[in-house]
Design a protein around this ligand. Structure first.
Ligand SMILES: [Zn+2]
Ligand SMILES: [Zn+2]
Length: 179
């Protein structure tokens, strides 16, 4: 694998045989080059497993790293360990259709040469694994619809009652009268 120029990470497929091979690599957030809402904060660790098949190659991309999310309930930012993985079939030649049933749930990528740039594939797997509605904590209660602060246990608003307000004002005047 050539990793000197990190605008692409080329995997030379001609070296891949029928025995699966696994590559470990690390990429930086800027190399992932993803400008979406949830981004990695630090290196992503990747494990790429490739094996030659009858139609081309089978590739599994697995990765993990810390990602900054925004909670969909309370809107707090939080950083969490994030794992992502997916499988691809790398097919030789153009798109000729006729995908067999066993390939239904595996994406096909068409390759012209016996090499492939891993970065776009890694980016795609990262994005497709991102949660739609991340939560900072499963018990997060979100924001108070009345005052907008993050809801904690015991946070409540009594409905405004004229009687109570009146009592409050009487108290306030009494206090004032003492001074
Ligand atoms: Zn939250
Ligand atoms: Zn409130």
């Amino acid at each position: 694998m050539k990793t000197a120029k990190r605008e692409e990470i080329i995997l030379l497929l001609k070296d891949i045989g029928y025995r699966p091979r696994t590559f470990d690599l690390e990429i930086l957030p800027q190399e992932l080059d993803y400008e979406g809402e949830y981004r990695p904060v630090g290196k992503l660790h990747l494990k790429i497993t490739v094996v030659r098949t009858d139609v081309g190659f089978h590739m599994r991309i697995g990765g993990k790293g810390k990602v900054r999310f925004v909670c969909s309930r309370c809107l707090d930012e939080y950083v969490e360990d994030f794992s992502f993985s997916d499988e691809n079939i790398l097919r030789r030649g153009g798109h000729t259709g006729g995908v067999s049933l066993s390939d239904e749930d595996v994406d096909s990528v068409y390759i012209e040469k016996d090499e492939i740039d891993l970065l776009p594939l890694i980016r795609e797997v990262f994005i497709s694994n991102l949660p739609v509605k991340p939560v900072c904590d499963p018990s997060c209660k979100g924001l108070c619809p009345v005052c907008g602060v993050k809801l904690e246990d015991g946070h409540s608003h009594d409905p405004v009652q004229p009687l109570k307000l009146g009592a409050f004002l009487r108290e306030a005047f009494k206090e004032g009268g003492k001074r």
